[in-house]
Design a protein around this ligand. Structure first.
Ligand code: HEM
Length: 478
């Protein structure tokens, strides 16, 4: 199976730089397209097996470089163009395309960036630790595909990491921490006492394409969304610059203050209660400040690797007073923190995130984070960008888009449907709806006065599509 499954599905490719190449096929050119894709699949495409073997080698030798990663995904229209209608993945949601599911997602496709408003057939991802190598490989692919495909967008992305190696997104929060796990070494490497187990069945991720003799071939559905992040507005509204404000400058914070467990003001706490984690990744349901030196050893928090071993079992009530029901990570993965839902059912809606930050400010040296700094990002560098042309290339894999991504985005983040409709409130990070009923307690973990929260729309959808990442076997047989 691993010799035919593409890389980046079971495990993040982990490269620093990536080019996401979006194409539309040219009418009448399906034969040269199929010929090129077959050749590409046999010579360049990275398999899951190669990725796993390379990551083993890297663990034993830190200098080992597995080289570039290449993946290829098709939109429903791509299958039609290649005359593979009979083998098109059968999900109606996938076949409908993202733009036609906009009633549920609350998207406005007419306002998306123009490169994403038309038909997208093909997505090729090229990633490498070296920026120049990734760019060269991308350029080669663009020129080789020109006879049969129009390049709609070459979307660059790059990781952002703090000095201690924690991956972050543009608002400055640790990201990519909590993920379903499919591989024995990752599963067995989880922290103890393992309050929360990320072990997940492969059938949440993989879709069987074919069985030939004893060989089984698998692919996976890929959701892509380009999400712009208005960093400066978010930071102002979050209130974490309140202390630095000169007395003449008005406080622009939209989030109310929240006192920590000792009754002290903590300017980082309201933001943490909106996301569900502090910027360094510490889960806010576990504690009311991000400093971990007064923790008992059992808490097992490591600043270099934010913990994922927690649940919400002692944070349940009419209002969750430590990590609110409307916190982004609690909505996206309620764990066992929804008193009205069956935790095993909630687990069926998990997605495997493979996103990457982007920074489109190529021509603006005053704003752009230079490549040499992407592995040692500070808060000041993020704020300097002001949130113009930066954000997240959100990507996730799953075995069923309707039952995974669309439940999370369409219902849990911005709808009124379970889990826990009467308690939760919309997601302050990704909801495209508005709502005024959310509150934060005046003190973390303490019942009493609550204050209203009106904090949303710092993320804007720029465009996206639903893809399927087929097996190498499928591509070689075009
Ligand atoms: C710009 C947009 C977004 C930002 C800034 C953002 C930020 C974050 C952060 C900081 C975390 C916590 C760290 C972690 O556990 O990895 C997180 C977790 C998560 N996010 Fe997002 N996110 C965004 C978009 C989305 C979207 C569109 C979805 C799905 C519809 C999503 C689903 C999740 C999930 C499933 C988790 C893990 C929750 C858990 O298992 O505890 N995110 N996100």
């Amino acid at each position: 199976m691993l010799t035919s499954l593409q890389a980046n599905i079971l495990k993040f490719h982990g490269r620093n730089f990536a080019h996401h190449l979006f194409f539309r096929f040219i009418d009448g050119q399906s034969e040269p397209a199929a010929t090129w894709i077959k050749e590409f699949a046999s010579t360049r495409l990275t398999t899951a097996l190669k990725q796993l073997e390379d990551s083993k080698l890297r663990r034993s030798d830190q200098n080992f470089d597995g080289g570039p990663i290449f993946t290829l995904s098709l939109a429903a229209t791509g299958y039609d163009f290649l005359n593979k209608n009979d083998q098109k993945p059968d999900s109606i949601t996938f076949q409908n395309r993202m733009r036609n599911n906009s009633d549920l997602l609350l998207d406005s496709p007419d306002d998306w960036d123009k490169e994403f408003t038309g038909q997208i057939d093909l997505l090729i991802i090229v990633a490498d630790d070296n920026n120049a190598t990734a760019s060269d490989e991308a350029s080669q692919i663009i020129s080789q595909t020109a006879p049969f495909a129009v390049l709609l967008k070459n979307q660059r992305g790059n990781v952002l990491k703090t000095e201690v190696g924690v991956g972050i997104e543009h608002f400055g929060y640790a990201d990519g921490v909590s993920q379903p796990m499919y591989l024995a070494d990752e599963i067995n490497d989880q922290e103890q006492p393992r309050i929360w187990d990320d072990k997940t069945n492969l059938d949440r991720l993989l879709v069987k394409e074919d069985k030939i003799d004893t060989n089984e071939f698998y692919g996976s559905y890929l959701v892509f969304r380009k999400l712009n992040q208005n960093v400066l507005a978010f930071k102002d509204a979050e209130g974490d610059n309140r202390e630095a404000l000169p007395s003449t400058k008005p406080d622009t914070a939209l989030l109310p203050r929240v006192k920590d467990s000792s009754g002290n003001d903590n300017i980082e706490l309201p933001g943490a209660m909106i996301v569900g984690r502090f910027e360094n990744g510490t889960p806010v349901t576990m504690r009311s400040n991000e400093f971990q030196n007064d923790l008992p050893p059992t808490a097992n928090l490591n600043p270099h690797r934010p913990t994922n071993d927690f649940d919400y079992s002692d944070d349940i009530g009419e209002l969750a007073l430590k990590c609110p029901y409307h916190a982004h990570i609690r909505l996206m993965n309620p764990r066992n923190g929804d008193p009205k839902a069956d935790p095993s059912d909630l687990r069926t809606h998990r997605i495997t995130r493979r996103g990457m930050p982007y920074d489109d400010n190529f021509d603006n040296e005053n704003v752009r984070i230079p490549d040499e700094h992407i592995l040692s990002i500070t808060d000041d560098m993020l704020k300097k960008q002001k949130g113009i042309n930066v954000g997240l290339l959100f990507m996730c894999y799953q075995n069923d888009i309707a039952n995974a991504f669309e439940i999370l985005q369409g219902f849990w983040a911005q709808g009124d449907i379970a889990p826990n409709a009467d308690l939760k409130g919309i997601d302050s990070i990704i909801s495209q709806a508005s709502q005024d009923s959310r509150v934060l307690p005046e003190q973390w973990g303490v019942q009493g006065k609550v204050n209203p929260v009106k904090f949303d729309h710092f993320v804007t959808m720029k465009g996206g599509e639903y893809f399927f990442t087929p097996s190498k076997n499928f591509l070689m047989n075009l």
